[in-house]
Design a protein around this ligand. Structure first.
Ligand code: GLU
Length: 531
């Protein structure tokens, strides 16, 4: 009974709050705000994609802000990687790093000097305080708590005994500051409040402040922490919606309290926390190690870790089309409410809505990802595929014409997920078989096969027009007149032409090979397969 009564008024209030926010006319501005700590995980790309789709759908702007205030985790190659990955995926940035704009700079390290003022504003208003505890002192507290089976948290119950401006007389604080003693600035978490906030995906979420700690906002190296810089920048850059991963949900109460403390509540963005991406088996979050372990990429582009020398596979280098990768990611957490699975970027923009993003984690499915690639591959023109196939073929020193490559692509694409599959499955076009699959020979090579093939070779030789339908017609007529049965002819033919009882329509193969090569292969087969 009691808990119900106390929940209801809160609920009502926050829904009103939500309505007030949404009816305020406001330009839609969303940002992707990665930290350049390494390669961008596919979950990060999905966050960027959903922000992009939301912006394009609503006629808003898609910003890119680089959150590089944590210098200890900074990886210099990461920013370029992020830019290249977004470009590969077709996510064009309207404003921010790489695009410019009137709210820049968009790299937090270049905004460094503006954050201190905001931290001091919170100290002045009593929402934050100076801390002079050294790292050694804090470590000692941590150890001490640990030895008693407890965890040290800087919060309302411990802050009283520590070296901070809440406990010290003002003169002492001033003196320490005047002597340039290093300090951090921490947020003074309210003692026992409930923070209610409406998340566009999760509905109302509430948090008790009593279990939260006094987070550092400003560090002794003069840099803001993520929390402070993120809120200040979202405010200054007029961000209307924060769409980000679920791992940031625990930070949400602090962020909401920061907006309140700054007096920015009225322009606070709306929040949407995206569901986790799970391992294929569903047991926990998909981590970067899972990819190398299970043999699929977890990153959009290949990444070489300069410090460890490790190489992480990328979708681009593994032969995926960016459209297929993006299509797969779009459906990893969002569903259109229909059976449609194949979406171009324009279709995604039209269909996308935050309301149709689920709360539950979505399992990553590497096989489905291949399927998407296959779907995009078969839609490509033979000319386009031939262009992609050419470098693969040339790497093996094979010379061929565009026309031949195009024909091969047309014949083989239905069985391929990747352009490299087309090559692997069509090697026999470029290299005459030297051996013949034993199992198939056993099954299909009969005592009468050589005579049948000799006769067949004569028919092929007499054919001026070596196109598949013409050949098929001539050969069928002969088979019927001799009452031979198709299998008796086609299987041995296939074995000498391809090297095994596999491959596409045999007359299509003959056409591509041409008369001379076809007859040569038949001749070689007859030589080698003498019983
Ligand atoms: N820099 C944070 C990250 O790396 C941004 C989180 C947010 O969007 O607020 O994910």
């Amino acid at each position: 009974g009691g808990s119900r009564k106390s929940r209801n008024p809160i609920r009502k209030k926050s829904i009103q709050n939500h309505i007030r926010q949404s009816i305020m006319p406001r330009d839609i501005r969303v940002r992707f705000a990665p930290s350049p700590t390494g390669a961008l995980h596919l979950g990060g790309v999905r966050t960027a994609l959903y922000n992009y789709l939301f912006a394009k759908k609503t006629g808003g702007k898609f910003l890119l802000r680089i959150e590089d205030t944590d210098r200890t985790r900074y990886v210099p190659e990461a920013e370029n990687y992020i830019l290249e990955a977004l470009e590969w995926c077709g996510l064009k940035v309207d404003e921010g790093v790489g695009a410019g704009g009137e709210y820049g700079p968009y790299r937090q390290s270049e905004r460094k000097d503006l954050y201190r003022k905001y931290a001091l504003q919170l100290v002045a208003s009593g929402h934050a305080y100076y801390c002079f505890d050294t790292n050694e002192e804090l470590d000692a507290y941590r150890k001490d708590f640990e030895s008693r089976g407890d965890t040290f948290i800087y919060n309302v119950s411990t802050r009283k005994g520590l070296k901070n401006s809440l406990q010290m007389p003002p003169e002492e604080v001033d003196e320490l500051l005047a002597r340039n003693r290093p300090y951090t600035i921490r947020f003074k978490m309210p003692e026992d409040e409930t923070v209610n906030i409406y998340d566009l995906i999760r509905g109302e979420v509430s948090f008790r402040t009593s279990i939260l700690d006094d987070k550092v906002l400003f560090k002794s190296d003069g840099m803001p922490t993520y929390h402070l810089a993120n809120i200040v920048d979202d405010h200054l850059m007029k961000i209307s919606h924060v769409i980000r991963g679920e791992e940031w949900l625990p930070s949400l109460p602090l962020h909401v309290l920061l907006y309140k403390a700054f007096g920015w509540e009225n322009t606070m963005p709306e929040f949407a926390h995206l569901p986790l991406i799970l391992k294929p088996a569903g047991n926990g979050k998909l981590s970067k190690r899972d990819g190398n372990k299970m043999g699929f990429p977890v990153f959009p582009l290949e990444f070489k870790d300069e410090t460890s020398g490790e190489i992480w596979k990328g979708y681009r280098e593994d032969g995926y089309f960016p459209e297929a990768f993006v299509n797969m990611l779009a459906l990893l957490g969002w569903n259109p409410g229909t059976e449609q699975e194949i979406f171009s970027m324009d279709e995604l923009i039209r269909a996308f809505s935050i309301e149709r993003v689920g709360k539950a984690g979505s399992r990553f499915n590497p096989e489905k990802t291949k399927w998407f690639n296959h779907k995009y591959l078969v839609e490509k023109s033979d000319t386009e595929l031939a262009k992609l196939l050419r470098p693969i073929v040339e790497k093996d020193g094979i010379e061929t014409t565009d026309a031949e490559l195009e024909k091969i692509c047309g014949l083989m694409k239905n069985r391929a997920s990747f352009v490299s599959d087309i090559y692997e499955e069509s090697l026999f076009f470029f290299k005459a078989p030297e051996t013949y699959a034993e199992k198939d020979v056993k099954k299909h090579w009969k005592p009468e096969s050589p005579d049948i093939l000799k006769e067949l070779a004569k028919i092929l030789e007499s054919e001026e027009d070596f196109r598949a339908p013409v050949l098929e017609n001539a050969v069928s007529k002969w088979i019927n007149s001799r009452e031979l049965g198709f299998g008796k002819v086609m299987n041995p033919l296939r074995i000498v032409i391809v090297g095994a009882a596999k491959g596409p329509h045999v007359f299509d193969i003959l056409e591509i090979l041409g008369k001379k090569e076809s007859l040569e292969r038949i001749g070689n087969g007859l030589e080698r397969l003498k019983l």
